[in-house]
Design a protein around this ligand. Structure first.
Ligand SMILES: CC(=O)SCCNC(=O)CCNC(=O)[C@H](O)C(C)(C)COP(=O)(O)OP(=O)(O)OC[C@H]1O[C@@H](n2cnc3c(N)ncnc32)[C@H](O)[C@@H]1OP(=O)(O)O
Length: 392
């Protein structure tokens, strides 16, 4: 008999060992993330005294178009190999949903180990990311004039205080990321060791008044970009020019960039910049559909009747009249629907990264009123593609 209970503080370390077991990682590597369960809401699935499954939900703030929303950032999910496929994850998810509702958090989010798992729980893939590789064995000519205000290298200890205001302005301009606190900075983006980048140095930080880059280097003449944030294309050009011209290097690899990154357009020779990766990033769950729809900003004034299917959080199910524009509204209605869609597909479109038009074309959404998917696509659209660089 499985029972879902809070994991006490004294057992937070057990969750780290448990994650090492189910993710097949060495204890040393796992140690890097050991701080997360301590600051999370910890759920355990207990089989008697045995921890058979677990889930951690970090209370965070997520940038959505025009707003920041309280969010359960779900991580450390696992079930013992001996207890798989018996509904343990399903029970943990039900409790996570109930906790998020009780805490008045309109959204939850996660990074999935496998894309096949979370759609059934109402999560939709809301952001993608790309990886870029730049050949810097020759000068990188740019079509954008770099902002010539001086760059300066700063030490790691002072980095959170200097970078955070720039990062926050970036979140307001581009949805999808998380608000960070100093611990999130130092244990995340600025951590000295990255197990995914063996052989690379500790991070270097170069700052501009309106942007920054965090990067590592290795003995194989490669610069690895950890994060690059710029408030204008000219500042972006200045940072890429800097990264591309560091002595004793011939390659810049930026494994995590927004899908609408400007560098492929900026490079005078497009062959110098290759898109090497394209992958799913943040999975989003609208815990409270009407609250989430009222909270974001909209790109067009319009009105829709949405028929939403949500088997896991029934209070979201049914017909909603959504009014988009400067004073958004979302209320129950009995009117005929313009569109029928699942909560997971609504979540996938919420940040503006996936379009109702595409989901209708593939047959995932049903359009009853001709043209309504295109109109909803226009209302949801955002100037900059959603993006997250916090892999939690
Ligand atoms: C946010 C994160 O932390 S992502 C990390 C997730 N954790 C891992 O990948 C670690 C290794 N895997 C595990 O620990 C487990 O297999 C889990 C957590 C993925 C699944 O736990 P389980 O308790 O076995 O899931 P549960 O029995 O509740 O399954 C529910 C449904 O999901 C399906 N499912 C579960 N895992 C998978 C999977 N990996 N691929 C496809 N379907 C899956 C089940 O078949 C079941 O389907 P059904 O409802 O149609 O019958």
């Amino acid at each position: 008999m499985i029972e879902i209970r809070d994991v006490p503080e004294s057992d937070a370390g057990r969750m780290v060992d448990f994650a090492g077991l189910v993710f097949h990682v060495r204890a040393d590597d796992n140690e890097l993330d050991s701080w997360k369960p301590r600051r999370a809401e910890r759920l355990g699935a207990y089989d008697g005294g045995t921890l058979a499954g677990q889930l951690a939900a970090l209370p965070m703030r997520l940038a959505v178009p025009g707003a920041f929303l309280d969010c359960s950032a779900v991580t450390f999910v696992g079930v013992l190999p001996t207890h798989r496929r018996q509904g343990v994850l399903t029970s943990l998810m039900a409790r996570m949903h109930a906790d998020a509702i009780a805490a008045d958090r309109p959204v939850a989010a996660l990074w999935a180990s496998q894309g096949a798992i979370y759609g059934r729980y109402g999560f939709g893939l809301a952001t993608r990311a790309i990886g870029l590789e730049v050949d810097t064995s020759r000068p990188l000519d740019l079509r954008t004039t770099p902002d010539d205000r001086p760059l300066r290298l700063i030490d790691i200890a002072s980095a959170p205080g200097i970078l955070d205001p720039i990062h926050r302005r970036g979140l307001a301009a581009r949805p999808g990321g998380l608000v960070r606190d100093p611990e999130w900075w130092t244990r995340g983006i600025l951590r000295s060791v990255d197990v995914e980048a063996p052989g690379f140095t500790e991070p270097r930080v170069v700052a501009h008044p309106a942007g920054y880059a965090v990067y590592r280097a290795n003995g194989q003449q490669t610069i690895r970009v950890v994060e690059l944030v710029a408030e204008t294309p000219q500042v972006e050009a200045a940072l890429w020019r800097y990264l591309a011209s560091i002595d004793l290097t011939t390659r810049v690899h930026a494994p995590t960039r927004p899908v609408d990154d400007l560098l492929p357009h900026m490079a005078a020779d497009p062959d110098q910049v290759a898109v090497k990766e394209n992958y799913g990033a943040l999975w989003l769950r609208l815990i409270d559909v009407p609250a989430a729809l009222r909270a974001r900003s909209w790109a067009a004034e319009d009105a829709f009747v949405l028929e939403i299917e949500d088997a896991r959080i029934p209070s979201n199910s049914g017909r909603w009249r959504l009014t988009t524009g400067p004073s958004p509204a979302c209320d129950r209605t009995t009117d005929a629907p313009d569109l029928t869609l699942t909560a997971a597909d609504l979540a996938a479109t919420y940040l503006g990264g996936t379009t109702p038009a595409a989901l209708t074309r593939i047959g995932a959404m049903t359009e009853h009123a001709p043209g309504s998917a295109a109109r909803l696509t226009a209302a949801l659209s955002v100037p900059l593609a959603p993006y997250i660089n916090d892999d939690f």
